[in-house]
Design a protein around this ligand. Structure first.
Ligand code: HEM
Ligand SMILES: *[C@@H]1O[C@H](CO)[C@@H](O)[C@H](O)[C@H]1NC(C)=O
Length: 491
């Protein structure tokens, strides 16, 4: 930020022009504006409204889509290629993610923005994506792997999370639950990807440079979405601001995965983890260091933050909805009476988790790009035009989820006969939809259930403000400060 300020102070004429323009626009905007839709200014397009709403982009996106009927054309400044079709319309989602999937790859700009992911599965398209998906699916779907993940998660909760929470409860101190959960899911994801537990969730909360680097990287990637591309490229070239943080983070991330890959290659501690599975393949490309680097970085990004923040929002929603919490405990009590300990029987808990993921999707938006122009259900889309899907807004549309859409109501996921109700993924995009549906959905839900039924309870510290952070993952900006209580009901 300091170097950014320097840039302004060294060119006083430029900065005073920019500042007076800004105030003029602000004044104009405040006095003429009634509708929530952004004004399309000559030359600069709708960019000023992004600036004005920079601190509440998710809510703003939601308001704009509500007023415009689920689809909105965002106009960026001239010549800067920042136009987007912004939508949360299930018909569009179904079309793009299912019906005409092949016309909507991630696109070159995605690869450019998410350069840190290399050629991994997230930014891959076509053949590369197909073969990577097949491989990842193969590695993750074996019952051996699933058992391994369940066992690791149960052990970790029993031996690390619970003792820590009990200790915090006894000490009566305040803790950031988001930090705790991100440490937990970091250890869990490292274990399933590399077969090692780095011990981020241990007493004294050791600093974990890799985890910190991921946070910095994700913030920088978010900013690449809301500033013109020439701007972030210039900052990258000058190595300043968020781009500098990203560059440092990249180094830390690469070091971490390289160390783990080397260890695995030398010592060959074969386990049930994904890296072992990949390295056992005959294909020389599958054991190539660049390929393993990209794959493991992608999997770390896929698993750690998503599940960590999903748990945080879930616990927060429970503190605000005691009715749901007691119904979860009732169901758990009945299950324990039966003496069979199978989390897949917890229908109400499953519904509550889906409901939490609906309202607070860990991946709050997704982007695609059209190859050829065609008709979307909401209207024409041009070749090379970009589409932004606001997952966060889908849950908040009355026309999609009904008048009670803002309420936390697990019941909407349960049928009259008490079974789980199926909701199509184009209405519930939290795990994506169509051929690119999240491969870790089952793993994530299993892990979340194991944490949700463990014996501690939390109470949010009074006055703590919960709001989303500006990132590509729906982190809580100020964390979630809580006091912990032991839960004795089932001991
Ligand atoms: C609550 C937790 C999770 C949520 C909300 C979630 C959500 C998502 C979403 C939205 C996508 C699509 C991203 C895109 O295409 O841009 C995705 C893809 C993916 N997820 Fe997850 N995920 C979660 C947990 C996991 C876990 C634990 C793993 C495995 C370690 C995982 C593995 C993957 C993979 C490999 C893909 C890429 C699929 C493809 O492109 O074909 N996810 N996930
Ligand atoms: C899919 O997109 C192509 C353009 O790539 C278009 O010609 C075709 O009609 C679309 N198909 C459907 C089913 O909408």
């Amino acid at each position: 930020m300091a170097s950014f300020t320097n840039l302004f102070t060294s060119y006083p004429e430029l900065s005073s022009t920019i500042i007076s323009c800004f105030f003029f626009l602000l004044f104009y905007y405040k006095t003429t504006k009634k509708s929530k839709l952004p004004t399309n200014w000559p030359i600069i397009g709708m960019l000023p409204s992004v600036g004005l709403n920079a601190n509440r982009l998710h809510e703003w996106g939601n308001e704009v889509l509500k007023e415009s009927g689920c689809t909105f054309k965002f106009k960026g400044p001239w010549l800067l290629n920042m136009d987007y079709v912004v939508t949360c319309d299930p018909a569009n989602i179904n079309h793009v993610f299912n019906v005409n999937f092949s016309n909507y790859p991630k696109g070159d700009e995605f690869v450019e923005i998410f350069d840190i992911l290399g050629d991994g599965i997230f930014s891959a398209d076509d053949e590369s994506w197909k073969s990577q998906r097949k491989r990842a699916h193969y590695a993750m779907s074996s019952s051996n792997f699933q058992r391994f993940v369940t066992k690791c998660s149960e052990d970790k909760v029993e031996n690390a999370l619970l003792p820590l929470m009990c200790k915090i409860a006894k000490g009566g101190c305040v803790v950031d639950l988001q930090d705790v959960f991100l440490r937990l899911t970091f250890d869990l994801t490292c274990n399933l990807v590399f077969g090692v537990d780095p011990g981020a969730l241990s007493e004294g909360f050791p600093t974990v440079p890799f985890a910190r680097a991921m946070d910095d990287a994700m913030e920088a990637l978010f900013f690449r979405h809301i500033v013109p591309s020439f701007w972030w490229k210039l900052m990258r070239w000058l190595n300043i601001g968020k781009e500098r943080k990203l560059c440092d983070a990249w180094g830390v991330i690469d070091d971490f995965v390289a160390q783990n890959i080397v260890k695995k290659k030398e010592v060959i501690i074969y386990g049930c983890d994904m890296l072992t599975c990949y390295m056992e393949e005959e294909d020389p490309k599958a054991t190539d260091n660049k390929f393993l680097r990209d794959t493991t970085v992608n999997l770390m990004l896929a698993g750690r933050d998503t599940t960590g923040v999903a748990l945080t929002w879930f616990f927060w929603l429970l503190t605000k909805n005691p009715r749901v919490k007691s119904k979860i405990l009732d169901e758990l009590g009945e299950l324990l009476d039966e003496k069979t300990y199978d989390t897949s029987k917890l229908v109400y808990l499953h519904a509550a988790l889906c409901e939490s993921l609906r309202l607070c999707p860990p991946v709050p938006f997704e982007r695609k790009c059209a190859v050829k122009s065609e008709d979307l259900p909401s209207g024409k889309i041009k070749s090379k035009e970009k589409i932004l899907f606001l997952t966060y807004a889908i849950a908040r549309m009355e026309r999609i989820w009904g008048e009670d859409c803002l309420e936390f109501k697990p019941e909407r996921w349960i049928s009259e006969r008490g079974k789980l109700r199926y909701e199509p993924a184009y209405k519930f995009l939290s795990f994506n939809c169509g051929p690119r549906t999240c491969l870790g959905k089952h793993i994530a839900l299993t892990q979340m259930k194991i944490v949700a039924i463990s014996k501690f309870d939390v109470e949010v510290v009074e006055g703590h403000v919960v709001e989303p952070k500006r990132s590509i993952i729906l982190h809580m900006k100020n964390g979630l400060m809580v006091r912990v209580k032991e839960r004795r009901e089932f001991m």
